[in-house]
Design a protein around this ligand. Structure first.
Ligand code: HPA
Length: 235
């Protein structure tokens, strides 16, 4: 079975797929946390793997950066490969000085200025909820693992480099946004239109208010807490 961007058999992809932005992070997660790993996609180097976490099946695949990219991959997984749950596991910039580097965020909702949802299906809401069911599970797992979660609205921005970054901070205050990333809104919309479930866990990789930041190497390896929570969704 093949779609324009994924060449795989349905049976080779688990019901739950974790999606980091970077396909090499998908490979790192599969190599580090999963047993009996098989690779199911290599089209455009957007690597996807299926394996077992403590004996339970789960897949992990890169989404690429931005709403158009995760929009394509998550739609194909939901619609054509019978995937039921997608959890984005990404990084974000913190809008609040109360958040520290490496804190973990669970998105209750994603706000965006993006036209993705309107163009895709005339969706007029600029703020879309994550799956309540998946979020309840993730909250309970995090509690069991004793990992603190910051739960709130995230900003799915289409722009990384702004000429006026202060505007984003002002908007974040007005709308009570915890942090900024670039994918969740499109993912949540695709889950809505395909009647599937999506959630988003984020690790704070930089701060827009304190200008702390991490190195690419740290970003690659320091997301263990978030991954431990998400991997427990394996079944
Ligand atoms: N902006 C958008 N996406 C991000 C950022 C940011 O500052 N940091 C990590 N992902």
């Amino acid at each position: 079975m093949s779609t324009p961007h994924i060449k795989a058999e349905k049976k080779d992809i688990a019901k739950t797929v974790l999606m980091p932005g970077d396909p090499l992070r998908a490979k790192y997660i599969a190599d580090t946390f999963l047993d009996n790993v098989t690779q199911f996609n290599e089209v455009r180097n957007m690597f996807g793997y299926t394996g077992y976490y403590n004996g339970r099946k789960i897949s992990v695949m890169g989404s690429g950066m931005g709403q158009p990219s995760i929009g394509i991959y998550s739609y194909e997984l939901f619609k054509f490969f019978d995937v039921e749950n997608i959890v984005r596991i990404g990084s974000c910039g913190a809008y609040s000085k109360d958040l520290k580097l490496y804190d973990t965020i669970l998105a209750s909702e994603a706000f965006s200025e993006s036209t993705y949802a309107y163009v895709q299906n005339k969706e007029k809401r600029d703020t879309l909820p994550a799956s309540r069911d998946l979020n309840n599970k993730l909250v309970s797992i995090a509690k069991d693992l004793d990992i603190p979660l910051n739960i709130g609205i995230v900003h799915s921005s289409d722009v990384f480099y702004r000429e006026n970054p202060d505007d984003a901070i002002k908007q974040a205050k007005e709308k009570d946004l915890l942090g900024v990333e670039m994918e969740s809104y499109a993912l949540f919309h695709n889950a809505n239109v395909t009647d599937k479930k999506a959630a988003c866990l984020l690790t704070v990789s930089d701060s827009l208010v304190t200008s702390e930041s991490t190195t690419p190497e740290e970003r690659q390896t320091a997301f263990t807490n978030m991954m431990k929570i998400a991997l427990e969704l394996a079944e």
